[in-house]
Design a protein around this ligand. Structure first.
Ligand SMILES: Nc1nc2c(ncn2[C@@H]2O[C@H](COP(=O)(O)OP(=O)(O)O)[C@@H](O)[C@H]2O)c(=O)[nH]1
Ligand SMILES: [Mg+2]
Length: 366
C-alpha cells in the first residue's frame, strides 16, 4: 500500500489532519513534542463512482482503495542540525512515497506558532533541503568514481551532481529545473525532496472564505513540477482541518448539511486523499456485482494483465482477455448483463492500457 507522510511544524495540525482522515486517535495537543512516536493509519480513497456502481448492483459489500497515512512528528527549525528531536523525523520521511506538508494559517492565541503558511513552507523546505544536501554530497564522490569505472553509471552521477547544485542553492529537487529523466535517475539516492508533495494549508474556520488568497502564494512558490507520467507532482489545497475533523464525527446526513451550509461541498478531506493518490501516479479500476463492488489500485499506464494481477496472481498468469466498459456508460445501461446484451462491453487483450474509471471482468485460464 502507498504511504503518505504528514510533515509540518509543531501545532500546524498534523495530528488533527491524521485523525480526521483516518478516524484514528493520534494525540492532538498544543505543545511541540506531544507526538514523539510515529502513528500509522489507513484512509479510504473516497470514490463516488464506486458508490454509484454499488447502488446499481445492490452490492452487499463496498471495498474502497486505501492509502496509508503516517503522522511524522519532530520537524522543527534547526532539526537537521539536532534541534528538537533532531534528525529522527528523517527516517520516517524516507519511508513514505509522498509528503503531505501541513502549513498553518489558522490563528489561535492559545496555540503557539506562526500563522503564515509561506513561512512554514520555507522553514520546512530548508530542513528537507539541508538533509538532502548532506545525503547527496555524501554519495557524490563514490558515484563519480563508479561512473569513471563504468560509463553506464554516468547519467546517475550527472543527475546527482545536478541535484547537489540545486540543493546548494536552497531549492528542493521537486521544484528544480531538472529534467524528468534526471529526476528518475535520482531514485537510488533516496532523497526526500524528490518525492511528490501535497501542501495542505490549514485554515481557521474564519479563513475558509479567503482560502484562495491564502493558498495561491503557496501554490505559486511550489511551482508545477510534473512526474514521468506527465501529471502534477505538486499540489496545494486549503483545508480547515479542525472544522472538517468535527464534521467527520457527524453522521453522513448531518455532515453533508454542515459542509454544504459553509459552501464546502463534500468537504476537503476527500480531496486531500484523492489528490495524494493521484500525485502518486495511482489510478483506479472497478469491479461490480451483487456480492461486492470494489475499487482496485493500479499504476498509471499499466496494461490489462498487470491490472488483472492486482485482483489475483492467477488472473495475470492465465490472462486471456478483459471485458471493459467505462463506469458511467455501465451506470447508464443499468447492469453488466444489459451492457453485454447491448454489445457495449469491449473485449480487450494483453496490450490494453487500463484507464482510470474502467470497469473490468477478467477472463483467465490456469
Ligand atoms: N483554531 C484552530 N486550532 C487548530 C486547528 N487545527 C489544529 N488546531 C489546534 O492546534 C493544536 C495542535 O494541533 P495538532 O494536530 O496536535 O498539531 P501537530 O503538532 O502538527 O500534530 C491543537 O490544540 C489543535 O486543536 C484549526 O484549524 N483551528
Ligand atoms: Mg502531532
Amino acid at each position: 500500500m502507498e504511504r503518505l507522510g504528514i510533515v509540518g511544524l509543531p501545532n500546524a495540525g498534523k495530528s488533527a489532519l491524521f485523525n480526521a482522515v483516518t478516524g484514528g486517535n493520534a494525540v492532538v495537543a498544543s505543545h511541540p513534542f506531544s507526538t514523539t512516536e510515529t502513528h500509522v493509519g489507513v484512509a479510504h480513497v473516497p470514490d463516488h463512482r464506486l458508490d454509484a456502481l454499488a447502488r446499481m448492483s445492490e452490492s452487499r459489500k463496498i471495498v474502497h482503495a486505501n492509502v496509508e497515512l503516517v503522522d511524522i512528528a519532530g520537524l522543527v527549525a534547526g532539526a537537521s542540525t539536532g534541534e528538537g528531536l533532531g534528525n529522527r523525523f528523517l527516517a520516517g520521511i524516507r519511508e513514505v512515497d509522498a509528503i503531505v506538508l501541513v502549513l498553518r494559517a489558522f490563528e489561535d492565541a492559545e496555540v503557539a506558532g506562526g500563522t503564515d503558511p509561506l513561512d512554514d513552507l520555507h522553514t520546512l523546505e530548508l530542513e528537507l533541503v539541508l538533509a538532502d544536501l548532506a545525503s547527496a554530497e555524501g554519495q557524490l564522490d563514490r558515484r563519480r568514481k563508479a561512473a569513471k569505472a563504468d560509463k553506464s553509471l554516468a547519467g546517475e552521477a550527472a543527475a546527482l551532481e545536478a541535484a547537489v547544485e540545486t540543493l546548494q542553492a536552497g531549492t528542493p529537487v521537486y521544484r528544480s529545473k531538472l529534467a524528468t529523466d534526471q529526476r528518475d535517475a535520482l531514485g537510488p539516492f533516496f532523497l526526500l525532496t524528490t518525492k511528490p508533495v501535497l501542501a495542505v494549508v490549514n485554515l481557521g474556520e474564519d479563513q475558509v472564505a479567503d482560502a484562495d488568497a491564502l493558498v495561491k502564494p503557496v501554490a505559486a512558490e511550489l511551482g508545477d513540477a510534473v512526474t514521468a507520467f506527465g501529471h502534477a507532482a505538486i499540489e496545494a489545497l486549503g483545508v480547515s482541518v479542525q472544522l472538517e475533523a468535527e464534521a467527520a464525527q457527524l453522521d453522513a446526513a448531518e455532515r453533508a448539511e454542515l459542509l454544504e451550509g459553509l459552501g464546502l461541498g463534500e468537504g476537503a478531506l476527500p480531496r486531500v486523499v484523492r489528490a495524494a493518490y493521484h500525485l502518486l501516479g495511482r489510478r483506479t479500476f472497478l469491479t461490480t456485482g451483487d456480492k461486492e463492488s470494489r475499487a482496485w489500485t493500479f499504476r498509471a499506464g499499466a496494461r490489462a494483465p498487470e491490472c488483472a494481477g492486482v485482483i489475483h496472481s492467477d488472473f495475470q498468469r492465465g490472462f486471456i482477455r478483459a471485458e471493459v466498459i467505462r463506469w458511467d456508460e455501465l451506470l447508464e445501461l443499468g447492469s453488466w448483463n444489459a451492457a453485454k446484451q447491448a454489445g457495449r462491453l469491449r473485449v480487450e487483450g494483453k496490450d490494453y492500457e487500463v484507464q482510470d474509471g474502467d470497469v473490468l471482468e477478467i477472463r483467465f485460464n490456469v
